[in-house]
Design a protein around this ligand. Sequence first.
Ligand SMILES: CC[C@H](C(=O)O)C(=O)SCCNC(=O)CCNC(=O)[C@H](O)C(C)(C)COP(=O)(O)OP(=O)(O)OC[C@H]1O[C@@H](n2cnc3c(N)ncnc32)[C@H](O)[C@@H]1OP(=O)(O)O
Length: 321
Amino acid sequence: MVLSAARQHLLGGIRLGAWGQHLLRGSRLGAWGQHLLGGIGSVYTDAKGFQEKEIREKLQAFPGGSIDLVKQESGIAVLTVNNPARMNAFSGSMMVELEERVSQLEEWTEGKGLIIQGAAGTFCSGSDLNAVRAISNPQDGMKMCTFMQNALTRLLRLPLLSVALVEGNALGGGAELTTACDFRLMAPGSVIQFVHKHMGLVPGWGGAARLVRIVGGQNALKMLGGALKIDPEMGLQIGLADGVLEGSLAGSGANALLEAEQWLGCYTTGPAPVIRAIKSVVVSGRELPLEVALRTERDVFGTVWGGPANLQALATKAKHK
Ligand SMILES: CC[C@H](C(=O)O)C(=O)SCCNC(=O)CCNC(=O)[C@H](O)C(C)(C)COP(=O)(O)OP(=O)(O)OC[C@H]1O[C@@H](n2cnc3c(N)ncnc32)[C@H](O)[C@@H]1OP(=O)(O)O
């Protein structure tokens, strides 16, 4: 395949999942279509001076907790931020595990949806403050941010419809993590709060850039400037929350998860290639200049046109009443 200089530039740092690699071999897809269907990857690369291995080793020096992934037959995976003794704060090793779980999801070609939750009824209280204290110099802070921006960008670009199931608190980096999902569902009594100003900081995991795209610049300024506690009602009002869990079902982790699965199921019902193509055209529309997005949409369209689901729908003379 011969790539133009511009295409090569665009491709810099992109990691293909297995599906993307498969499509790459002799397919009709353009470069972005290939990447989108495989889950396009990184913002930073070794070539751009990002020493991932070095940062990974540094983060591993701060252990504790885990990031647990369960891929279900239904095509919906559940990712759990698990460090309940610290209200699910992210240790360094959990940051590394998050990146590894994202890699596993990039390889999961049968997947359609993803739910991110915290263990034990609360979402995530951000970075582990013990680790934060140990690396509180600008160089190390920027390295950690680079690593997390990469992981969260790849997470948001997965060809899966993703939802953050927010129970309890999503604070600091935890609030940023909610913005790396397509949707946010809030349980009664839950709070999303960018506490960064109170810590003398701004978001660094890409949370500010994503927040502006979700709620607009005005609301983002208010949320960051006031370190506002966003409850479910306010979340719905400003478009941060896409739904609020029923009070009757909330309160127990298992029920909240069940409710989130039902909610997400409204959007993930159908064949995986179609659901993944839907996410891919939305990512391209969200992230790319219009002309590139249009070409990508055409290319992704080509993967489903005349495909099994399309032919079956044509054969059954579907009516959409
Ligand atoms: C801001 C930028 C940065 C980034 O983007 O990377 C960050 O995210 S920094 C972290 C920002 N988050 C915080 O500052 C959270 C601080 N914690 C709290 O406000 C409270 O602990 C709260 C509201 C999460 C829970 O309050 P609650 O009264 O219900 O419980 P405890 O305070 O008793 O907490 C239980 C236990 O968890 C420990 N904990 C909580 N959060 C963290 C954290 N982020 N890092 C490390 N440890 C945390 C807390 O210290 C308690 O431990 P204990 O040994 O019992 O004292």
